[in-house]
Design a protein around this ligand. Structure first.
Ligand SMILES: [Zn+2]
Ligand SMILES: [Zn+2]
Length: 276
């Protein structure tokens, strides 16, 4: 097998490699049929035919530009790299070229503090669930791909949000980043209880994944915690923003400008924060 060109590129270089129609055609031709490592590689001539090119010099030049970062040469042809497939999946998940306006929607769920209907919003890739009637409940903010709204009905999307958060914090709580599989730092933030902030912060040591939450939400994925909750009559599977433990108590919330996220319209004030 030929040696691969250097993969020692920075982010700017990696993105700039995609700035050409022929390279995009080559990459998309590879990605469209790609499933996993057992997918048949595409041969040089198949790829060249797929992008409808006759000038082999030009084709070769662009193919080589992609090699190492987005394309890999294997024995029987060419395959996309893990970076290429991850980028492809990210675009499919977040749909950056599709305009999407989400009208704020009242939920059937009530604010744990004042009983008013909670309001769901979606802005810049983050879902938020807040009480507009009081400032007692800390609220909920979480990164969520736009495709979630396209793929699920208006009620099912609530389950999708809850599932996503539960899966992420369960994995993060075990010390593994849900995004990049790096190790996590768990900060119990005992001092935050007095201030009314989130009490556990799970931060990836490699990428920008970070989530802050209350202690019980961070532990509810553990069978022992779930069965202890059941034994006192609390359903551990209720949506996290409906959970009794999401109630903040009677103290007025102290808002905090978290370094982990900046919100465009409001100060960050949630029990759940991610930064991606
Ligand atoms: Zn309220
Ligand atoms: Zn990470």
């Amino acid at each position: 097998m030929e040696s691969e060109p250097s993969t020692n590129v920075n982010t700017r270089e990696a993105f700039s490699l995609l700035g050409h129609d022929i390279r995009l055609d080559i990459l998309l031709a590879l990605l469209e049929d790609w499933v996993a490592v057992y997918t048949e590689p595409k041969s040089y001539s198949e790829l060249m035919a797929a992008v409808e090119m006759e000038d082999s010099g030009k084709f070769n030049y662009h193919l080589n530009e992609l090699r190492g970062v987005y394309i890999r040469k294997v024995e029987d042809g060419y395959v996309p790299t893990a970076s290429a497939t991850a980028l492809y999946r990210t675009v499919l998940a977040h749909r950056p070229t599709e305009a999407f306006e989400f009208e704020p929607r009242s939920l059937e769920a009530a604010c744990p503090d004042c009983g008013s209907p909670l309001v769901l919003r979606y802005d810049r890739g983050f879902v938020s669930i807040d009480c507009d009637a009081c400032e007692e409940w800390i609220g909920f903010t979480y990164s969520f791909p736009q495709n979630g709204f396209a793929s699920h009905g208006s009620d099912a999307v609530l389950d999708a949000i809850d599932n996503q958060v539960r899966c992420d914090i369960e994995v993060a709580g075990r010390g593994q980043c849900p995004d990049c599989v790096g190790s996590m730092t768990v900060d119990l933030r005992i001092d935050a209880i007095e201030r009314g902030d989130h009490r556990v912060e799970l931060a990836c040591n490699t990428c920008s994944f970070i989530v802050g939450t209350d202690l019980l939400s961070a532990m509810v994925g553990d069978d022992r915690v779930a069965s202890a909750l059941r034994s006192v009559g609390i359903n551990p599977e209720q949506r996290l923003w409906n959970s009794l433990w999401a109630r903040r108590g009677s103290s007025r919330k102290t808002r905090r400008c978290s370094p982990s996220i900046s919100r465009p319209t409001r100060e960050p004030h949630s029990s759940w924060l991610t930064r991606r």
